[in-house]
Design a protein around this ligand. Structure first.
Ligand SMILES: [Zn+2]
Length: 134
C-alpha cells in the first residue's frame, strides 16, 4: 500500500519496521530504535559501563574512560553494533528475515574476539578475557 502510494507520487513518512513506533531514519535505526537500544545496553553491560549515549561521537568518547586496549575493543564493539544492526535491517528488508538481536550480538562477539586476538595488549585480569579464551 505504502509503495503503491509512493509510486503515485504521494510521499509518506515510513515507519520503522523494527519497532513500528517512530519514523524510519538511519539515526533512529542505529541509535534510538528499541532494537538498537537493546544491543547498546548489552554492549555497555559487557564493558561494565553505563548506557548514556545517543550517537557515534558520544559512544566513542565513552571509550576514553577505558585503558588503551579496552578502548580499542570498545571502538570495535561500537562499530560492530552499528554494522550488524544495519546488516540485520537489510536482511529483514531484502531477504524477509526477522531482525534477530541475538544473532547481532553473537556477531559483535565475533568481532570483539577477532580484535582481541589481533591486539598486542594483555588483559588477563579483565572480565572480557573469558570471552577470548574460554
Ligand atoms: Zn524503530
Amino acid at each position: 500500500m505504502e509503495k503503491t502510494l509512493q509510486k503515485r507520487g504521494i510521499q509518506l513518512a515510513s515507519m520503522c519496521c523494527m519497532c513500528c513506533k517512530e519514523e524510519e531514519s538511519l539515526n533512529h535505526l542505529l541509535w534510538h530504535c528499541n532494537r538498537a537500544k537493546d544491543l547498546w545496553s548489552w554492549l555497555c553491560q559487557l564493558f561494565g559501563c553505563n548506557y548514556d549515549f545517543e550517537g557515534l561521537e558520544q559512544a566513542l568518547t565513552k571509550g576514553n574512560n577505558f585503558s588503551s586496549l579496552i578502548r580499542d575493543l570498545w571502538n570495535v564493539g561500537v562499530l560492530a553494533v552499528m554494522v550488524e544492526t544495519w546488516k540485520g535491517e537489510n536482511k529483514r528488508l531484502f531477504e524477509g528475515e526477522r531482525f534477530n538481536s541475538y544473532s547481532c550480538s553473537y556477531k559483535v562477539r565475533w568481532w570483539l574476539r577477532a580484535a582481541g586476538k589481533l591486539s598486542k595488549g594483555t588483559f588477563r585480569s579483565n572480565p572480557l578475557y573469558r570471552w577470548f579464551y574460554p
